[in-house]
Ligand binder design. Structure first.
Ligand SMILES: Nc1ncnc2c1ncn2[C@@H]1O[C@H](COP(=O)(O)OP(=O)(O)OP(=O)(O)O)[C@@H](O)[C@H]1O
Ligand SMILES: [Mg+2]
Length: 356
């Protein structure tokens, strides 16, 4: 097994596109690291660079302490599983799984041993003599996984491997990948834009935007202490509410509103223009202990266990997540408060960096 280290890794496609921009990342031996970010932020390009399917413009890639920039893809000890992994339609599942290692000249009995082992790990034993078209979508996905496992890579690279599956199968496949990682303990880079997958699978999450890593941290830290406004807005659904304003003498005053809101600011919050962030679950509706502002309910979405209440606050569209038992009607007037200590503050500039 081996860790992966990316040093100032950059990939440009012509002068106009920098897909990956001076990326530094350390993935520990045996770690499960999730790369999360919006479409086009450079996730696939990062994996393809590690796999050797793209050449770095500048920077270095180390696998197991060895610089692999000039090492051929087949000799890097990595296996990549793609979103639209295509199986050979006229080969059996057994031949599909064993294809790559057979091509590498491995003996027949060793190929059989590895295929049987991988099939058992993924509960594919019963399917080995079938053809891909005789499998469900989830089984086909598992065949692609098994084909990666038999190569015994030092590093697994997954590029949204579950995105073609329906919601129920995704959950099942997710738990299988988690179990597989516990058993194989292989270093894994896993790309997704599904937050639940990222939060549940990752030892750590690396959030990317526009080719740049914004934050690398354990999942709960990314949620609780986002490093900047981009991460704060990207992680969490519904997204964090933001209100722009100024801090003056320890008081937050929203832009364009006559009212002041008294909020206990972190002592380090500098005076000046800031963005206040508060998660929907930290917005209190009609709570007698905290009343900061008044608004009118625009929309009520009943999700079952919880209800989302939409309203305008100080010029911004906001959402509160409240218990489903609460009776909140559209067009009614509500009192809004923020849970004590739950507000985040970000610089109101291009960096959007966390304050305090
Ligand atoms: N071969 C290429 N030639 C030119 N531009 C490319 C090429 N491959 C990727 N790009 C560009 O690089 C950027 C990053 O692409 P990439 O595929 O890495 O994004 P991604 O994060 O995987 O997105 P998605 O979530 O949509 O898969 C995009 O702007 C994309 O258009
Ligand atoms: Mg991609």
């Amino acid at each position: 097994m081996a860790g992966v280290r990316l040093e100032s890794l950059t990939k440009s496609f012509g002068p106009a596109v920098t897909a990956v921009d001076r990326l530094d990342l350390d993935v520990a031996d045996g770690e499960f690291l999730v790369l999360l970010g919006p479409s086009g932020c450079g996730k696939t390009t990062t994996l393809r660079l590690i796999a050797g399917l793209e050449t770095a413009s500048t920077g270095r890639i180390h696998i197991g302490g060895r610089c692999v920039n000039d090492v051929a893809p087949a000799d890097r000890g990595v296996a990549m599983v793609f979103q639209d992994h295509v199986l050979f339609p006229h080969m059996t599942v057994r031949d599909n799984i064993g294809f790559a290692v057979k091509m590498r000249g491995l003996g027949k009995s060793e190929v059989k041993r590895r295929v049987d082992h991988a099939a058992a790990l993924l509960s594919l034993d019963e399917c080995l003599s079938r053809q891909p078209r005789e499998l469900s979508g989830g089984q086909q996905q598992r065949v692609a996984l098994a084909a990666a496992i038999v190569t015994q890579p030092q590093v697994f690279l997954f590029d949204e491997p579950l995105s073609n599956l329906d919601a129920a199968l995704r959950v099942q496949a997710r738990t299988e990948i988690a179990r597989l990682h516990r058993e194989l303990k292989a270093t894994t880079l896993y790309v997704t834009h599904d937050q639940t997958e990222a939060m549940t699978l990752g030892d750590r999450i690396a959030v990317m935007n526009q080719g740049v890593v914004q934050q690398v941290a354990v999942p709960l830290n990314v949620y609780r202490r986002p490093a900047n406004q981009f991460v704060a807005g990207f992680i969490g659904a519904p997204a964090m509410n933001f209100v722009t304003g100024t801090v003056d003498n320890g008081v937050f005053r929203p832009c364009g509103a006559g009212e002041e809101i008294e909020i206990a600011l972190p002592s380090e919050t500098p005076a000046g223009s800031v963005v206040l962030g508060v998660r929907p679950e930290d917005v209190l509706v009609n709570d007698p202990s905290v009343r900061m502002a008044r608004s009118t309910v625009d929309l009520v979405e009943r999700l079952g266990e919880q209800t989302l209440v939409h309203f305008e606050l100080l010029g911004s569209h906001c959402v509160a997540r409240v218990d489903a038992a609460r009776d909140v009607a559209v067009a009614s007037i509500i009192e809004i408060g923020f849970r004590a200590g739950a507000c985040h503050f970000f610089a109101n500039d291009a960096t959007g960096v966390r304050l305090g």
